[in-house]
Write a protein that binds this ligand. Structure first.
Ligand SMILES: [Zn+2]
Length: 313
């Protein structure tokens, strides 16, 4: 029997799934990427995952019997006790499924840990990235959606039903604003996430507001509009950063976490977005204690790194 010194981290997304093979030192020694087939039922989906793990190991010269475990981060509500998948965003057929049990059987008895992808991201940044050394940390994703992962007392806080940190669905204007993917109106995501900005701009245009912006109101165009002083670009960014500040302040006042680590595509907008959010946050913060805002350090690999870390929580 060979020593079990390798692990695999898998980051499942709505459009693609990334695989990383790690050696005992935690270095990435192999990687691959495949499309996520959203039409597959769970058995077929995870059969593909098993096949992709086998190919990745073979290509990297690693015998699958040398694996000490496989960790998978999913955009799912995952029961913390056993990794049972309750439901999954963007992969509607993946629900009510005992994924670790199924994968362990398909991989010849190797331990498999399945967890929420934001939880994986928080673990990665806390152990290896911008959150190193902080006892309490909030990992915040600002992208097409907004979400978070919570570290308290040095440990991941998963919550009773495994979806702690789904704070983008914090309701700030009940019954008002565009309907969110979660089915409610008034979620902070409906104001602060990139995918919702065009909905607001269209509404303002319908109401008679003037703008140089044109469909489909990309974030690049809005950033340019903001710089040239376009009224609706300014209004969209002001609204977005205000609600982001509300989101973060509500989390801060609830959890008293002093380190916020930010990742996600919105930060690539050519705007001082975090500075604007920080100004809003500071305007609410009457305690005045030190609070650190940092950008994530791990780049694109945070998903596979964090997924592998799900094996040790
Ligand atoms: Zn929502």
């Amino acid at each position: 029997m060979k020593a079990r010194e390798y692990s695999v981290g898998i980051d499942v997304g709505g459009t693609k799934t990334a695989y990383g093979l790690f050696n005992a030192q935690g270095e990435i020694v192999g990687r691959s990427r495949h499309f996520s087939d959203t039409k597959l039922p769970p058995e077929a989906f995870f059969d593909q995952v098993i096949g992709n793990i086998n190919v990745l190991c073979a290509e990297s010269g690693v015998d699958t019997r040398e694996l000490r475990g496989v960790g998978i981060g999913m955009p799912s509500f995952v029961r913390a006790s056993d990794g049972f998948i309750i439901r999954t965003a963007n992969l509607p057929l993946i629900h009510d499924f005992p994924a670790p049990e199924y994968l362990t059987r398909g991989l010849g008895g190797i331990p498999v840990a399945v967890g929420n992808d934001m939880h994986a991201g928080a673990l990665a940044e806390h152990r290896f990235g911008a959150g190193r050394g902080y006892e309490n940390m909030l990992y915040c994703l600002m992208s097409t959606g907004i979400s978070s992962g919570i570290i308290i007392g040095g440990r991941l806080f998963r919550g009773s039903y495994g979806f702690s940190g789904e704070s983008g669905h914090m309701i700030v204007t009940p019954g008002e604003g565009p309907e969110c993917g979660c089915g409610n109106r008034g979620c902070v995501s409906a104001y602060a996430s990139a995918s919702r900005i065009p909905i607001h701009i269209r509404k303002w245009i319908e109401d008679g507001e003037k703008t140089e912006l044109t469909e489909p109101f990309s974030t690049v165009q809005i950033a340019e509009g903001w710089k040239s002083g376009d009224k609706l670009a300014r209004r969209a960014i002001d609204q977005m950063t205000l609600y982001m500040a509300v989101w973060l302040f509500n989390l801060y006042i609830t959890l008293n976490i002093d380190c916020f680590v930010f990742g996600g595509g919105l930060l690539n907008m050519d705007l001082p977005l975090l500075d604007m959010v920080r100004a809003g946050f500071d305007s609410f913060d009457k305690a005045g204690m030190p609070v650190t805002f940092k950008t994530a350090e791990l780049g694109e690999d945070f998903g596979i790194i964090g997924a592998a870390e799900l094996l040790r929580i």
